[in-house]
Design a protein around this ligand. Structure first.
Ligand code: SF4
Length: 447
């Protein structure tokens, strides 16, 4: 069962990392705040308050995380096996993880016993989507078991290169709705701003596998200034989702500059960041990052989790820091065959996310990107999972199950059918236990 020497006793408290990253070593680009920022955002907390609420010290883990998470013991064993000389300071520094990403078959082969399917996938990887992951995330991967859920999300297999009916490189038609380079304007009041196309770890089922890791979308000022100019001229846009790639792969300064420029546009009320960093490189969620982010409220974050094994103490601490910085966290999970496509796994994940102060938001039917048939489940699987959650557990633990309609139709929510018919002026409803109930609905037109 254990892949490495897991003799180290389980950790029940989060280790305090830290040595915050040296800001001077980040991107040297220095940007002035737009002149009207103060006028628009006068509600920043006094520094003394900000200090007291961003300084997250050692955190006691909820019992559910401490009890079920083997993350820390596994991670320690992995470090002993492959990074024995790396200090705690290096291990807890996100830049070390970014620099030390594992990207080649040769590196992976030293850490994992590869199946023939994986060897073929790795030999061809890069034709569509590069391979990379952080040492931290690799520490959660099984050395022996090619079917371990997390392993399947990051190690390519030959199936990735089989195209089946209905698949395409851009199933959501994002390229068609491009407003400026790297910005998608599909819905009237909101835009998707792709800040960069790099991620610390590449998910094999990524909807944007056609663009991520290619180096074509970079956070350069000329491109982003074009996007800001577009947004200034489109007063109907009130909501900007910054995604990528992973926006938190940028330096604090660069992200601060982007957020400052967006905040200076009076009609933009709301900014969201989409990221997988708390799951794949939780070291990125530093106190300095949180201190910077909280200047830009209201700021929300969509965090991407695929499996309960990602809910480690390290990840818990990352989410705690973001939540303590006042950032509402919502989760996005893609339903994946053989990875999380059963009620028990999804329910466990949703429960863990709630303890991490993350509200389950979307459960996605996997998009039909090229080479995704080995990840896609029948739609009925998602509906059955929803049926097993609704009424059987906390309402907050029930995400919205959606299909992002191919061709640019947007997100379409799907629900099990709880309306069973009509009897005269009564609507007949089915509850979560299968019982039938009447609701007086004389003027109704359902079903
Ligand atoms: S982190 Fe997000 S953008 Fe990056 S590869 Fe994974 S799903 Fe795609």
């Amino acid at each position: 069962m254990n892949d490495f020497d897991l003799s180290a006793s389980s950790v029940s408290r989060v280790e305090v990392d830290e040595e915050p990253p040296d800001r001077r070593s980040q991107s040297s680009t220095c940007h002035k705040s737009p002149p009207n920022q103060q006028r628009l955002w006068p509600l920043a907390l006094p520094e003394s308050v900000a200090r007291s609420t961003t300084a997250v010290q050692e955190i006691a883990l909820p019992a559910v995380i401490a009890r079920v998470s083997r993350g820390s013991a596994r991670t320690k064993a992995f470090r002993r096996a492959f990074y024995r000389d790396i200090t705690d300071k290096q291990w807890n520094d996100w830049r070390w993880h970014a620099r030390t990403r594992i990207r080649t078959r040769e590196q992976i082969e030293k850490m994992l016993v590869l199946s023939d399917d994986e060897k073929e996938g790795l030999d061809r990887a890069g034709e569509i989507l590069p391979v990379a992951t952080t040492p931290y995330y690799m520490s959660l991967i099984s050395r022996e078991d090619a079917n371990q859920p997390l392993r399947r999300t990051i190690i390519p297999t030959a199936s990735e290169f089989t195209q089946t009916r209905g698949e395409s490189a851009d199933p959501l038609g994002e390229d068609h709705d491009s407003a400026t380079p790297g910005m998608v304007h599909r819905y009237p009041d909101r835009v998707l701003l792709l800040a960069l196309d790099f991620c610390s770890s590449y998910c094999r089922y990524c909807t944007r596998s056609r663009v991520v890791g290619q180096g074509d979308i970079v956070p350069n000022e000329a491109r982003l200034k074009l996007a800001f100019e577009y947004l200034r001229n489109h007063t109907e846009v009130r909501d900007v989702l910054i995604s990528g790639g992973d926006p938190l792969f940028m330096s604090d300064d660069k992200l601060d500059w982007i957020l400052t420029n967006l905040r200076a546009i009076p009609h933009i009320e709301f900014v969201r960041i989409g990221t997988k960093m708390p799951a794949v490189m939780p070291q990125r969620i530093t106190r300095d990052l949180c201190k910077m982010l909280r200047k830009h409220h209201p700021l929300w974050m969509s965090v991407h989790y695929a499996h309960p094994d990602e809910c480690t103490p390290e990840s818990y601490q990352a989410c705690a820091r973001l939540a303590d910085a006042g950032i509402p966290l919502g989760s996005q999970t893609v339903l994946l065959k053989g990875i999380n496509d059963n009620l028990e796994t999804i329910k466990t994940l949703m429960h863990k996310l709630l303890t991490m102060r993350v509200r389950p938001y979307y459960l996605y039917q996997c998009d039909p990107i090229t080479g995704s048939s080995h990840f896609r489940t029948p739609v009925s699987t998602g509906l059955k999972i929803l049926e097993g959650l609704r009424g059987h557990t906390t309402g907050y633990a029930v995400p919205t199950f959606v299909i992002d309609a191919p061709g640019g139709g947007g997100k379409i929510p799907l629900l099990p059918n709880y309306v069973v018919g009509r009897d005269g002026e009564d609507l007949m409803l089915r509850n979560f236990e299968g019982g039938t109930y009447r609701y007086p609905d004389p003027a109704g037109s359902l079903p």
